[in-house]
Structures are given as structure tokens and as C-alpha cells.
Ligand binder design. Sequence first.
Ligand code: F6P
Length: 523
Amino acid sequence: MPLNAETLPSAAPLPGLPEWTGFCEAAHQSDRYALDLHCLKAAGLQVDLSGQRHSPELQAAGAALLAARHFDTARKQLLNGGIVNGTEQRAAWHSALRAPAPTAEVAKERERMNEFVRVADSERRWRNIIHIGIGGSDWGVRLSLAAFGYRHSWRNVRFLANIDGHALEHALSGMDPHDTLIVIASKSFTTTETLKNGQRALEWLQAAGVANPYEQIVAVTARPETASNWGIPQKNVFQFWDWVGGRFSLWSAVSLTTALAVSSDVVAGMLSGAAAMDQHFQEAPIASNVPVQMALAGVVNRSVLGYGSLNISPYDFRLGNLVPYIQQLDMESLGKSVTTSGEPVGIATGAAVWGLAGTDAQHTFYQWLHQGSDGAPVDFIVCQQADHNQVEHHNLLLANCLAQREALMRGKTYEQALAECEQQGLGEQAAELAHHRVHSGGRPNTLIVLPRLNPFSLGALLALYEHKIFVQALIWGINPFDQWGVEYGKVLANGILQELSGEKKVSAEHDASTRHWIKIFQG
Ligand code: F6P
């Protein structure tokens, strides 16, 4: 694939830039939240940013900051396959996987995947699927299946990500090995969890007397030769490429499991929705560019107002897995504290992402959001139309979403709380009890409304977050496409494993506590 070899220029730390100072001043001076409606549209989604800091001055300062970070060039580089991941000298060209007119090699793999599904469906094969993969090789498929496979499907899918043997036993239990397809998804085809779990699944097929167990295993990877060497026949190996980051691999044949479980049309719809968001990101002016506006709000919340986390509250049962999906996308991308030029960033970067589907969230942690000392910005995500006939339920869901959001924005003053207590006839206690009912309000939030949950809208939503995260990284001057922190942990785990099994002496380089526990766990 001809990639654009140009590299992004290294970024200097923000604190020295006059555009950053201007942005911070404008953010401090802007309203706590907009008094007027500030609602934008992109790829069929409506995104209401009225709950974020907003003013004409902040808009202008945001545009100046983006110009200082060469936003136009960087966006072009990203979308044209330029080297945007400097530490690994790679592109992050996931958008090429969903391009309406893809390159020949992308189209070929897509067609191979669709053909595999057509044949399996026509032969009514693979009643069971075990999808083995972790992180980006797992969450996107789980998310898609929860979103579109919540009703009964004739294929039964289990996920196996964790190295924990309990997870392995759970995945295999009750499955018929003779009608089970094992999908091993791993970009690197070196991830310990995935390879060990894959090996156990192979042994499970062998132990059941399956005639040709490798025929029942497929691999999706950027290292097709490694998968073939592992024993998987070439016709069962689906490829993606080095220029697709693991956390973006949902757009590749990693979604084979989704196609088998809920149809290739679902995968195609998600690709189209994401492509529509790519186009919006590429073409919309800054003031109406939704990923850009969400990113600017994200930078204000994190680096100017000091919020340490971002809450994701999807008011849709089917989107429960959106939380871990965005968690990986955002935290693996933005959990960095040096600039692309290797200097300390000098300000707070990526926030912790957490959440739960509404309304469960309300009964779990919303008290903290309303009246806790820290609070957190919230992304509310809701569908205008439901896909069930329980009108009352959907109205209740929508009402709860809007009400929580309004309470977080509006807050409640002491005077209001006192009037409320007096009205309730609390008499002498009113003055004291009123203190407990005060809400600070002004909590930042974004409301994202999908017309309904379909593959197109979900694809658009995921691409929206991808681009938002890219722009935040650009402003902070960090590389959102590597993950050296996770790599460090993997290396240490390999050493400790050898020490636990007695293959290697316990290293004196460990701290006292780690040495202690290695010895205890050695048994
Ligand atoms: O968590 C680190 C990571 O490299 C992720 O980026 C990736 O999604 C995951 O591990 C799995 O990697 P692979 O697809 O190579 O098995």
C-alpha cells in the first residue's frame, strides 16, 4: 500500500505557547455553560455541547491553538496515511479500512471475509464461535455484538480475552467442539494471553477427536506468516496491516465474528457510518466540526478546569460495552506525558475514562457526580428512537437522561434548597437540612443523540471519538498511537513468569515486596 511518507513535525510543550495562554484565559472567562443552545450535527448524530464552556472568544482562541499545532496538515497526514506515529514510524490509517472506495488489498480482505461468512451461512456451519483476542482485538467485537446481537441469534458466541483459567473454562464449557469455530484475533500474533488461550482451544478440539482441528481455527492478524507457522491454514488467515493500530482494528477482518454472529451487513453499515464521520472530520469548518469541538471541550475540562476523569453514560442497555471500548481508545491513546519531541508535556493530559449504562449508573455513582467534591464531565449518549415497543420505558429512559444532565448543569443553590425544605414542612430543621441538598451545578457535559442505534450510527459514533482523541493529542503535543507503558508491563511479566516457575532465579532488581510475593506464589 503506498503510504504517505511525510512525518508530523515534533510538538513543543504547550505551556510556552502564547496561543495556549490565550486559550486558557478565554476558557476561564467563558460561561460555566452556554445559556444558548449549542448543538452540532455530524453523520446523522446530533451533538449538544451547550453543557460545555463556550464563548466567541473561546472559539477564536481554540482556532488559533489548532493553527499553532498545524491542525490542517496533521489531519491530512492522518487521513492520507502519513507517519503520525513517530515512535514506531507508522501511519494510523484505520480510515482507509472504511473508505467507500477502498484500495485493492483492503477490498480483497473485506471480500474474503464476506465470502467466508456466505459459505458458513449457506452450510449452516459453526453454531458456536469462540472469539479469542484482547484489548482492541476484543472490545469492538463485544460492543458490536451487544449492540446488534442482544436478541437471539442461532450462533452462540463466547469471548475469551483474559489469561485467567476461569475465563477459559467459562468460554469452553457446554460448547460442542465439533461445531465450534475458533477465531484468534491478534494484530501482533505474539500476545501471551491470546496465544495461550488459542493453544488451549486447539487442545480442546484435539481432545474431542475433531478430525482436522486447524480447519476449525481462523486467524485475523497483521502477521499472517506467524499465524500460518502456528498451524492455521492460509485460507483461514485474514490479514490487516501494520498501519492499523490494535485499538482501531475493529474496522478490519477482526469483525469477522460480528459478521458471522449478526451479519456482514452490520459490519458494512458500521464502516459506512465511520466513513461518513471521516468525511465530516475532513471537511467541516472548525466551528461546526464535531470531533474538533468535542476535543476542545475535552482539553478545557482536563487541562484548564482540572477534571481528572471523563464519565461516559450511554443511556442504552445495548451500549454498555461502549465504556470499556472508549476506555481503551482514549486511555491507551492519551495516557502520555511527554511530547512528540520527548519533553515533559507540562500540563495535565488524558483523563481517566469510566462509566456505566444509564439508568444503572444513576443508582451506582451519580451521587458522586452531583455532589462529590471533584465531579467529572459526562458524555450522555442516547437514541431518539428505541427498537422495542415499550413506549413508556423509552420515555422514562429519555426523561432520566435529560433530568440527570439538567441537574448537573443547573445545580441547586442554598436558597432554593431552603425553600424546598420549608415547603416540605421541615420547620426548624430546614436551615440545616438545606445544606445537604445544595448542588454546585455547572458540571460540564455533552449530549450525543443517535437517531436510533443502527450500524451506521454506531460506526459514526466510534469514529467521532477516534477523531476527538486525535485532536486532543495534537493539542497536547503527544503521540496517541503508541502504548509503551503497556509494553513495559508485558516485558516484566515475562521475567516474573520465569521466576515463578523456577526457570530463573528471583532477580535482586525487584523491590522487596515483589520479591516477597514471587517467593510466596512459587509455593
Ligand atoms: O494493550 C496493548 C495492546 O497492544 C493493544 O493495543 C492491543 O489492542 C492489545 O494489546 C492486543 O494486541 P494484539 O492484537 O497484538 O494481540
